[in-house]
Ligand binder design. Structure first.
Ligand code: ATP
Ligand code: MG
Length: 465
């Protein structure tokens, strides 16, 4: 994939178009916001520091693609991206998560992201080192520096080794011969004895945590893992397994955690994105203000410094939140963006509306996206040897019924398609493995047949669809 840095707004929209039908305004806004991060980084200091991210609120009814846009953006942005429900947070001091934890989570994501990149970068080196270590076990080095972790196992490889210590060129060529054998898999059945670090030797320490204590738990676990150093265990294992184990061990040794941490912190600050879903749930209608109302406003007050820019302590170091991009979203059924406290409103200057979806959109959602429902079911049935075919009018009917049920009962947007589809294919799903007829065609007729009763009975459809 093209690095996110060079994705233009049009590229981003095109990428999103592969998964999300319609909602052009929202796509446009997030595309601009994403590109603006890159633009800011090109601006020379000190102006660069002054440019604040243009945070976005996406407003729209349930099930029209708000979260879906965020999800797709995450894979596309190639920046640390963390999605969290605002309703999860509670004011400091109450039971629940404190808002700063989202920054800590974002850093964790950045760390694993950078670590993963390092892994990819060092793959070759680690594999080569591991190979050398295996060869050292098979043919202990003639002169100096025997590798400590590796032990030569007499029993399993006696036959083929004659190593006159004086003739090092011969030793070299033997080593190369072994290398060839190793690579071509001829030694796969051999067993060797190795001292391998056990991957999971740390005692599990679970501590009940309450708000704000998550960090303490991870700090304690770190501390424990230092007190109980990783165990090394001598084991007799097959060569391919030994290669894997050694590659992993080499990788851990090669990765420079200081460098990873530094890069991850920088990325979090410069290009981190936090998606605050369900923000409307913490927007309270301004009333007298007791009970949950108070606590909601408290959450907003806690959010404010983070969105405005402050410094959060994480176990990897301090993180400045000034340039982290926040994208909030909410249905705002019961409340309006103007119900948020004014300071917070000011920090989300961009508002985009997502529109509710109609039949045409449903038809497209069913068929077009790369992971469209229809494609999913076809692939699932293929695993049973069934060729599932949807006729165009069958899909039309499905979409029409979804719209109808949405109107009659509750508007849940494209989520309705999942329930309707599941119902239509109920019979096939149950009997797929034992069918003689390996072709199954979904026609408008069939859809009607499966759904008519349910749709006509409002009460029934409330439960079933
Ligand atoms: N415009 C769309 N294009 C493709 N798929 C969509 C679209 N809108 C919704 N969907 C599908 O519907 C489901 C629900 O969508 P999503 O999670 O984005 O809803 P939402 O807008 O976040 O709703 P809520 O306010 O309830 O959180 C997802 O599985 C998604 O794939
Ligand atoms: Mg959502």
């Amino acid at each position: 994939m093209i690095p996110a840095q060079s994705l233009t707004p049009k590229d981003i929209v095109a990428e999103l178009d592969k998964y999300i039908v319609g909602q052009a305004d929202a796509k446009r806004s997030v595309a601009i916001a994403l590109r603006n991060r890159w633009r800011r980084r090109q601006v020379p200091s000190p102006l660069r520091e002054e440019i604040a991210p243009k945070n976005i609120i996406m407003i729209g009814p349930t099930g029209v693609g708000k979260t879906e846009i965020a999800r797709r953006l995450a894979t596309l942005a190639q920046s640390p991206f963390f999605k969290v429900e605002a309703s999860k947070f509670t004011e400091v001091g109450y039971v629940g998560r404190d808002v700063e934890s989202m920054i800590r989570d974002l850093v964790e994501i950045a760390i694993s992201m950078v670590k993963e990149e390092e892994r990819t970068r060092l793959e070759g080196v680690a594999a080569a080192n591991a190979e050398e270590r295996i060869l050292d076990v098979l043919l202990p080095p003639v002169s100096a520096s025997p590798v400590q972790d590796a032990k030569y196992d007499m029993d399993s490889i006696t036959e083929s080794i004659h190593l006159p210590a004086e003739q090092s060129t011969e030793a070299d060529s033997t080593r190369e011969k072994f290398r060839d054998m190793l690579r071509s898999g001829k030694l796969d059945d051999r067993e060797i004895e190795l001292d391998l670090t056990e991957s999971n030797s740390m005692p599990m320490v679970e501590i009940m945590t309450t708000s704000g204590m998550e960090d303490m738990q991870s700090n304690l676990q770190d501390a424990f893992s230092k007190i109980f150093p990783k165990k090394k265990k001598k084991r007799k294992i097959k060569i391919p397994e030994a290669l894997n184990g050694l590659t992993r061990e080499e990788m851990e040794r090669l990765i420079d955690m200081d460098k990873v941490t530094k890069e991850a912190l920088k990325r979090t600050e410069e290009s981190g994105i936090i998606f605050l879903d369900e923000i409307d749930k913490v927007a309270a209608q301004r009333s007298g203000g007791h009970g949950p109302e108070v606590s909601r406003e408290g959450v907003q007050r806690d959010l404010l410094p983070i969105v405005e820019g402050s410094t959060v302590t994480t176990k990897y170091g301090m993180v400045k939140t000034d340039h982290i991009l926040f994208i909030a979203s909410g249905a705002f059924h019961m409340s309006k963006p103007s119900d948020l406290i004014p300071e917070l409103q000011g920090r989300f200057p961009i508002r985009v509306e997502l529109h509710s979806l109609g039949k045409e959109e449903f038809v497209r959602i069913l068929t077009e996206p790369e992971s469209a429902l229809v494609k999913q079911y076809v692939a699932m049935m293929a695993t049973e040897g069934i060729e599932l075919v949807f006729e165009a009018d069958g899909i039309d009917e499905l979409a029409a019924i979804a719209v109808e049920v949405n109107e009659k009962t509750e508007e849940i947007g494209a989520r309705r398609l999942h329930t309707v589809m599941e119902r239509v294919l109920d019979e096939l799903s149950f009997t797929a493995d034992e069918r003689d007829d390996k072709r199954f065609v979904v026609t408008a007729e069939y859809v009607k047949e499966q759904l008519q009763d349910v749709v006509e009975d409002r009460d029934l459809s409330r439960f079933i669809l």
